[in-house]
Structure formats: structure tokens, C-alpha cells
Design a protein around this ligand. Structure first.
Ligand SMILES: Nc1ncnc2c1ncn2[C@@H]1O[C@H](COP(=O)(O)OP(=O)(O)OP(=O)(O)O)[C@@H](O)[C@H]1O
Ligand SMILES: [Mg+2]
Length: 303
């Protein structure tokens, strides 16, 4: 085992405490109480009230945050919920992945967070019924720096979301791969965090740091914040490593880990280049089925 892998395991053990009570509905207990942010959900999903504002976060790059935001959002919209995806990543991958091009919109999340543009004026419809997008462009990269000196810099997103929250059943926030001010804004505005975890080497690397940040935000800015779901992504059934990662993550985080695992498929990886979620690009593919099942699991059928 190399150092990085070892570190990942240490973090997992440190956070998950596999000896903790794993009875239905219990929380992952930890001597410092830090890991209480990871709620072990009862076997039956708790019914959560709408709107649900979910930050999709993991500061590790390329783990499936955007793919999960876009495809889970589309699948929730298919279930009949009004869904808003907020692209908070300067890479703008959720924006382009939904076929929305910068030349076709006037305002982006940069204008909303830093120039008092109403979020309502930045929301774009998508080709999918019930699915809306607040787009991002590379301008947002500057926001990380400009926000530093801004008034109530951590609560900007929470404030701009307030007037439109009730218009949606789900608001999914696609975070950038960092724990900077943009991600802090997402965590302060959300009620839940969904953490995608890639079924790869070093899967848990950085998860400890993320959970500590969630706890900091919960204590200082947003008492209702909890990690409500961890989603295993890019599962390749041909590798023993993938099974090993799934088993390890489930051991440490228990029922907080969604039952539905997202397979690694070519169709999922190519769908952004068509500007379509997998549910439109290839509706009967394994990836589309997996994201539809995930949407049912996450929503728990609540109206
Ligand atoms: N289930 C999957 N099967 C195949 N490829 C996938 C799958 N999920 C994601 N990918 C691909 O992996 C890459 C990273 O995924 P994605 O962009 O969703 O990660 P991310 O966490 O949002 O990355 P970043 O940290 O850069 O924002 C992308 O090229 C994406 O198409
Ligand atoms: Mg992304």
C-alpha cells in the first residue's frame, strides 16, 4: 500500500469508525463528534421536505460531481420535480453538458454572486421539461478572489437563492474541485451535501477534509447542513478494485452510501459532448437506468 492509499484508509477509519453502532438510523459516531455530519440514514429514506437544496461536492477533481449533478437533475425532472441546476464551477461543465452556450445567455452565476443580478434573470430553460440551469462561465474563476473582500462573502448564494427556492423541488449545486469560497457558499446555501466517490484508487482521499469543512460550515454558518448521500461513481465490474472500494466505503459510511452505484460507461462519458444528459442521449443504457434509480432512491418518492 503506498502512502496516499494509506492516508485515504486512515481518513476513512478516522471518520467512519467501523466499530460504531451501525443499527438502523444511527449516526457514525466518532470520539470528537466531528463525523456526526454524516447521517446514517434509516433503511427507509426519511421523508425530507421540498425544496431540497443539495450541494454536490468533493474537492477531488474528476470524481463525477458534474456528471451526477446533470444526470441526477435530469432524472429528477423526469420524475416530475421542478429542478434547478446551479453551475458553480468556472469550468462550466454542467452548462455545456446541458447544451447551453455562453453566447446564448446574458448573465451567469458570476453576475449573480458579484454584481447583484437576480438569480431569476440568469436561469435558463433546458431541452428537458422541468429542468432549469443557472449557468457558469470562466468569469467565475475571478469570483473566488473577488469574494474575499466582499460583504457577507460566505452567504451570497444563500441570499440570492432565497427568492426562488420555493419555485423548485430540487436545487442541485455543482461545486468546483476545491474547498474555497465558492464551495463554502454552496455549503452555506444547501441543506444537504451529496458526495460522489469514484470507484478508483485513493477513493477516500480528501473525504476527511471535506467532512471537516462541512462540519465547520454546519457549526458556523448553516446548522441544518448534513451529508445526506454518498454516491459511488464509475464502477467497473471487471475490476476487483472497484468491488474493494465499494465494500470499503460501505463499511465506513454505512447507509449514507446510496444503494445504487453508477457504472462506468462510454455512453455516460460521451453524452456531455452532445449537450445531453444520459437519460436523453441513451435512455435505455445502463447509465441512464442507474441515474433514474438513483433519482428514485434520493427522492424517496416524496411529493
Ligand atoms: N459513470 C461514468 N462513466 C464514464 N465516464 C464518466 C462517468 N462519470 C463521469 N465520467 C467522466 O469522467 C470525467 C470526470 O467526470 P466529471 O466531470 O463529472 O467529474 P467532476 O468531479 O465534476 O470533475 P471536476 O472536479 O473537474 O469538476 C468526465 O470526462 C466524465 O465524462
Ligand atoms: Mg465538475
Amino acid at each position: 500500500m503506498n502512502d496516499q492509499e494509506d492516508q485515504g484508509r486512515k481518513e476513512a477509519v478516522e471518520l467512519g469508525n467501523p466499530t460504531a453502532d451501525t443499527s438502523v438510523g444511527s449516526e457514525v459516531s466518532e470520539p470528537t463528534g466531528r463525523a456526526q455530519v454524516v447521517r446514517k440514514q434509516p433503511t427507509e429514506q426519511p421523508v425530507r421536505t421540498l425544496p431540497r437544496v443539495i450541494a454536490v461536492a468533493n474537492q477531488k477533481g474528476g470524481v463525477g460531481k458534474t456528471t451526477t449533478t446533470v444526470n441526477l437533475g435530469a432524472a429528477l425532472a423526469d420524475l416530475g420535480y421542478r429542478v434547478l441546476i446551479v453551475d458553480l464551477d468556472p469550468q462550466g461543465n454542467a452548462t455545456t453538458g446541458l447544451g447551453i452556450e455562453a453566447r446564448n445567455f446574458d448573465f451567469s452565476m458570476y453576475d449573480v454572486l458579484l454584481h447583484d443580478v437576480a438569480l431569476e434573470d440568469c436561469v435558463e430553460p433546458t431541452n428537458i421539461k422541468n429542468l432549469f440551469l443557472a449557468p457558469a462561465t470562466i468569469d467565475l474563476a475571478g469570483a473566488e478572489i473577488e469574494l474575499v473582500s466582499a460583504f457577507s462573502r460566505e452567504l451570497r448564494l444563500k441570499r440570492v437563492l432565497a427568492p426562488i427556492r420555493e419555485d423548485f423541488g430540487y436545487i442541485l449545486i455543482d461545486c468546483p474541485p476545491s474547498l474555497g469560497l465558492i464551495t463554502v457558499n454552496a455549503l452555506a446555501a444547501a441543506s444537504e451535501v451529496l458526495v460522489p466517490i469514484q470507484c478508483e484508487y485513493y477513493a477516500l482521499e480528501g473525504v476527511g477534509q471535506l467532512l471537516r469543512n462541512v462540519e465547520l460550515v454546519r457549526c458556523n454558518l448553516n446548522p441544518e447542513l448534513e451529508v445526506s448521500a454518498m454516491v459511488l461513481t464509475m464502477y467497473d465490474s471487471r475490476t476487483r478494485l472497484a468491488d474493494h472500494v465499494v465494500a470499503e466505503v460501505r463499511t465506513h459510511f454505512g447507509d449514507a452510501v446510496c444503494k445504487n452505484v453508477i457504472p462506468r460507461t462510454v455512453r455516460i462519458s460521451e453524452s456531455p459532448s452532445f449537450g445531453e444528459p444520459i437519460t436523453i442521449h441513451s435512455p435505455s443504457s445502463r447509465g441512464a437506468i442507474a441515474y433514474r434509480e438513483l433519482a428514485k432512491e434520493v427522492s424517496g418518492g416524496q411529493a
